[in-house]
Ligand binder design. Sequence first.
Ligand SMILES: *Cc1c(COP(=O)(O)O)cnc(C)c1O
Length: 399
Amino acid sequence: MARRFETDAIRAGYDPESTYGALLPPIYQTTTYLQAGPNETKGYSYSRSGNPTVTFLEKRLGALEGAKQPALCFATGMAALTCLGTALLKQGEKVVIGDAVYGGTVRLYNNTFEKFGVQVQYVDTSDLAATKKAITKGTRLVILETPANPTLKVTDIRAVCDVARAQGALVAVDNTFLTAYYQRPLALGADLVVYSTTKYIEGHNATTGGAIVTNDAKLYERIKFDQNALGIILSPFEAWLTLQGLKTLPLRLERHSKNAQAVAEWLERDPRVARVNYPGLKRFAGHAASVKQATGHAGMLSFELKAGFETAKRLMQSVRLVSLAENLGAVESIITHPASMTHASMPADLRAKAGITDGLVRISVGLEHIDDLLADLGQAFDAAHAGANNRRKAVAATA
Ligand SMILES: *Cc1c(COP(=O)(O)O)cnc(C)c1O
């Protein structure tokens, strides 16, 4: 019987017998490797092309995805998305991208790839008819994210893969929000899975990292070639920290989900909230689609305050426990204003089309005790609606 996810998260990809019995994988902090003769190596020649600690992580991530190849790891999620484009796209070819993806993905494809003559088109991938129209002959690659950031809009992965395959296009799914623990894009027909391991996979706000996983040996080799050519690799220390974080991924995700469900239901009951976006809510538009293809909903949610932008801004400045910052998927709860922070680099018209309104607030619900989280949000809601701004005053007083 294949081992279970929880076991692979702790054991896959590394055998202590290979390293003096060290229970934890060593950090191979070395640039180069001794050669017995010219090009006679033990599998490693130079750490840009490969490093054993990074290999342990790549094997573990591949195993967790149920993939035929190990993962390929990168310095950041954006490095992974860069390599995806350079390896798979040529001048004149078209890439179709979901309209509510990570802001940095839009910035990269709009500026860098368009400069090299790649055609970029955005579409609401949760709208299958619109997606069918966008994926024409000449479309080489489709990049989608589900649930999408920050609206949590859910795309039917299998349906989009069927449409793309009919046109000869590859599909890459950014699975950062759910990870393989909750969602397996390769099993749903995707060709590639992309991660920012910075988020849930490492999970402790300690590293940046990225990964690509595929079943296809040819795609794997092409991406590996560009990874080495571009030099956008993960360092052995970051790989080691990510291996440590991964061990508790299933446990963390279960609690992230439980806490986020409680926060979402709390927000839904508050008359000051116009709408709550969380796939775990029965009333959420993407709930049924999410339940069909994913086994959990993780910790990301967003909501709109009736009182609008200024109150939303005061809310973010009034939290005391929850951190106002730009990351997600880690143990610490984080609150973000997408329009001015994570998605500020996205053109305003694209933002509006994607439903990223000025009053939208995103929370990455962490692993603090739910009572403390709700107490903090409660006092911040009251302060923001009373026109106060608790936190800035407190910071100024101690600075
Ligand atoms: C953060 C993020 C990225 C970019 O990853 P970095 O590690 O910050 O470069 C890409 N996609 C999604 C969904 C993300 O949340």
